[in-house]
Ligand binder design. Structure first.
Ligand SMILES: *Cc1c(COP(=O)(O)O)cnc(C)c1O
Length: 424
């Protein structure tokens, strides 16, 4: 009791030091355990990933790269970062890996800094067609500091219009072309982008933030070896901590490393680096292949079950982890529908659909993803049940008694599929 440790105030548990924050974290654990989470960019990490994230590695400053640091005392940190880089390189078959970007958006900024000068031309999928802000959309710094020429999807089938990509590229001769999406339910044809980039001498960057786990698990083709550079978050389908990585060919390694540090960032978040190493180890296990293919199988099952109930799916279905649903035939906007679903314990986000006649804050669609539910062990049977609830809510969005009944049923199912990483 009178050991120096017992007197160390820094050892007091969170619940004692800050009961308010401790209670909110506890509540969030309950919320994440009792709701059916369909946000396509979210997931559950394992206890192991959480432990690495919440470790003393967060105490360290390590500007630089392994064995080339600006601080002494890096013996363990160098080993951690080397493990993270090697494991990610092996998992994705990449020549060079940088695991230091703070998140997906900074990783993409590093690509600009490495390859493009302000005012030069870049191309990416427009936000309303399912692209990401950082691929040159006008409200993003990437649309303000560069000359951005967005490409889109075809009006007929809402698939990426490769003919348009080619003709815009030939006309505008971009320095950099992005492929990769944030709300697009189909596979990306990386080889087709490669040949267009080659034709105009552009750098091809593939942003696999959403699908990295599917790529690692063999459930989506990989751009590694095709694109010059591949960026990704680590916290979506890859099921790692909130962070990012840049994979590249050897020839671009030093430009990208210098862009991340000292170009954009200071010290790396070593606790995150360690958690990325843990996630890469988990994703190397054969069970992760099963997970990745089940994510896609569940998305397809949900798509079929929704279509059978009269929901209109953008592109008619999915071949990845997400679905975009046009709620127009159900006579409800995406936002009020997402809000009603949330009251029923089903958490999704409202989303614009291609050529949406409605405004971004009140769009026609919702976006659904299966990564989180699949992490809990849910399968096709639960997707069919989910489609039934979703239809009931769509038809009765203000019937609060019915919505409360569904919320109870959802909580029961969630109880039978406890999420990884949370001990209630
Ligand atoms: C999520 C996402 C990002 C950005 O990641 P943040 O970590 O939120 O900055 C970048 N690109 C794509 C395609 C994404 O889906």
């Amino acid at each position: 009791m009178s050991t120096p440790q017992a007197k160390n105030p820094g050892l007091r548990p969170l619940a004692e030091v800050d009961p308010e924050i401790a209670a909110l974290i506890r509540k969030e654990e309950e919320y994440e355990s009792r709701t059916l989470r369909l946000i396509a960019s979210e997931n559950y990490v394992s206890r192991a990933v959480l432990q690495a994230t919440g470790s003393v590695l967060s105490n360290k400053y390590s500007e630089g790269y392994p064995h080339k640091r600006y601080y002494e005392g890096q013996v363990n940190i160098d080993a951690v970062e080397e493990l993270a880089r090697t494991r990610i390189a092996t998992l994705f078959g990449a020549e060079h890996v940088n695991v230091q970007p703070y998140s997906g958006s900074p990783a993409n900024l590093a690509v600009y800094l490495a390859f493009v000068k302000p005012g030069e031309t870049i191309m990416g999928l427009g936000l309303p067609a399912g692209g990401h802000l950082t691929h040159g959309w006008n409200v993003s710094i990437t649309g303000k500091f560069f000359k951005s020429v967005p490409y889109g999807v075809r009006e007929s089938d809402h698939r990426i219009d490769m003919d348009q990509v080619r003709s815009l590229a030939l006309e505008h001769r971009p320095k950099l072309i992005w492929c990769g999406t944030t709300a697009y339910p189909r596979q990306i044809d990386f080889a087709a982008f490669r040949s267009i980039a080659d034709e105009v001498g552009a750098i091809l960057a593939a942003d696999i933030a959403h699908i990295a786990g599917l790529v690692a698990g063999g459930a989506h083709p990989s751009p590694v070896g095709i694109a010059d550079v591949v960026t990704s978050t680590t916290h979506k389908t890859l099921r790692g901590p909130r962070g990012a990585m840049i994979l590249s060919k050897k020839e671009h390694a030093s430009a990208l490393d210098r862009a991340v540090f000292p170009g954009l960032q200071g010290g790396p978040h070593n606790n995150t680096t360690a958690a990325i190493a843990v996630a890469a180890r988990e994703a190397s296990d054969p069970s992760f292949k099963t997970y990745a293919s089940q994510v896609v199988e569940n998305a397809k099952a949900l798509a079929e079950a929704l279509a059978a109930r009269g929901f209109r799916l953008i592109t008619g279905g999915t071949d990845n982890h997400l679905l975009l649903v046009d709620m127009t035939p159900k006579n409800i906007g995406g936002k009020p529908y997402a809000q009603a679903l949330e009251r029923a314990g089903i958490v999704a986000n409202y989303n614009s659909i291609p050529f949406d006649p409605r405004k971004p804050f009140d769009p026609s669609g919702i976006r659904l993803g299966t990564p989180s539910a699949t992490s809990c062990g849910m399968g096709v049977a639960q997707m069919e049940q989910l489609a039934g609830w979703m239809d009931e809510v769509a038809q009765n969005p203000t019937d609060e008694a019915r919505i409360a009944r569904i919320a109870g049923e959802v909580a029961e199912v969630c109880k039978a599929f406890p999420p990884p990483g949370i001990l209630l």
